[in-house]
Design a protein around this ligand. Sequence first.
Ligand code: 6R9
Length: 671
Amino acid sequence: MYGCIRSLRRSWNLVQQVQKLPSLARCINTTTPFPEFGNMTDLRSHQDLYRFSLTDPQEFWCRLARTRLKWDKDFTTTFDSNLREGKIAWFLDGKLNAAVNCVDRHLPIKGDQVALIWERDEPGTQEYYTYRQLADMVGQIGNVLRNSGVSKGDRVAIYLPMAPITIATMLACARIGAIHSVVFAGFSSDALASRIQDAKAETVVTADQGVRGGKVVELKRAVDDAVSRCPTVKRVFVYQRTEADVPMGKQDILLQKAMNAESPCCEPVSMESEDTLFMLYTSGSTGKPKGITHSTAGYLLYTTTTFKHVFDYKDGEKFGCVADIGWITGHSYALYGPLSNGGTTLLFESTPTYPNPGRYWEMVERLQLNHIYLAPTSLRLLLKSGDSWALNYDLSSLRKLGCVGEPLNHEAWEWYYRVIGKERCDIIDTWWQTETGGICISPRPSTPGAHIEPAMPMRPFFGIDPVLVDHDGQEVTEEDAHGALCIRSIWPGMARTIYGDHKRFIDTYLNPVPGMYYTGDGAHRHPGGALQITGRMDDVLNVSGHRLGSAEVEDVLDDHPAIAESAVVGFPHDVKGEGIFAFVVRKDDAVESEQEIADNLRKKVKKEIASYAQPDQILFTPGLPWTRSGKIMRRILRKVAANETEDLGDVTTLANPSVVAAIVERRAMLQ
Ligand code: 6R9
């Protein structure tokens, strides 16, 4: 029961705050999406408010922070940031707790409202959790962690399936000030081990098994394997998802059993605004994944604001983000955005095609979802199965249709708009990154009813100043133009650093164009200003919306005893958006056949990274196109992979131009 005296006192303060709300509501100016600015009479339109967010970010974010978040101690300085110096700090001297903001503050009036809908793998077996039930779970797990020695600033690795316990564990970390580091449960034990080692985590939370698409995933087995190589780990909590009989070692503790022995009352730690809320690994253009860290106050404010306004989320609606919690989309729009708004959020444990390609749509009807937020890759997959799956179900509860992760092509946009949305729902194509914390470019919010252009995210969110930059780092000022997408403003949700490597953070994001945040994506600005994202400009692949460094895959391939060298590039793929094409050079003394080596390479990538990282094509070539300055000319390999071999451009700078003809010849044999 949620009932200790301190909590009650806190609840009463909240009731008082809530009672003050009508006075705020009275000054709502119907033309601004934010009541906080309703009394500023010069802010009449969406454009006025957007301009204001850039010209006076201090006032803009200060007002939002004071009204949208619950602070233990007010901040004194809205921001003290300078991108040229690599300094980013928001809401200085303020104190707050993210779990209190996501759970406790809703209890007085929403204790019995559903916070989580757990859409379990088997359709029709969903479970509902109210805010009060969530609060109890968070409190108990918080006490379990605290009493086992976890304290403020400690890293907790979470390797769990999509389930309420996962959300509660993340919030329990936030409650006691520990830093959660969720590792996607589809990653291999090797990938998990390297993330635990990099974070020097002492605590791991996992499950006996996961269940996805009717198949069992051996999570505990992977953890056992990973932890055997992680000397920092002192304890492993095991949630029983399937109650399978998994071996338990000396440091393993059954999570539910430990929770049952604990009170749900767990005193939250008052965190500094800039204290790290969590870290999440993402791929970069070099081999080692980066532990992106996010702050408590800035991240929370940015996700709470974007969630509310990009999706126009209304109280009582059911928001269906189907992304896994192992990715940033799950963090920001399955957990922090919806719960900080007191919303109802979906936790989707299954896959888009289990038990059939009607899964999403049957679920929308059964659960009466008002929003769905998914990846273009799943749309492309589902549209191939025909319209009948979607037409079988009543989708009239849907109001907004979101997507994220990769460019949404025209065909998929049209299908989403016509077949799923019946031409009455806005398509919200949102562009953002692990590093940006929340949505930065999307068609909404905008002037009510403003046109939405197919297949592009179009408009910057409040406080975001997107700029296109040419090869020389100069701003491209023409209206209809292409360039590297940078952001000239600072915003509260941006990442603060790469865990343990601030220099890499500065080199990757802040040094390429001084004074701006460098996204690594290319973009096209259309007449009128609408932005279309054209894809990565570096060696990062985007496979089914999952980021993957080509160097990460090459590292694994090169490590095979029969391989001399390798190069990995993306190529256009109907469903995945981008497929993986590996060019490999076999060592002269290798004895296995090409087929055997290729099979082993795929297995090796699956084991060391994840199954989605396995190459779609492996081509054995006599050599790779090295330039005289010692770089692989990937431009050529991309063309060869895409089978566009007629015009390969200038190859004269290659150290070994003749290898190109040999590669082309081998590629032709793949058809
Ligand atoms: C949220 C997320 C980020 C990369 C990003 C870009 C691509 C994301 C997109 C998009 C085109 C969109 N991306 N949204 N490309 N249109 N609407 O996906 O984070 O996993 O870090 O990936 O995904 O290339 O740079 P993350």
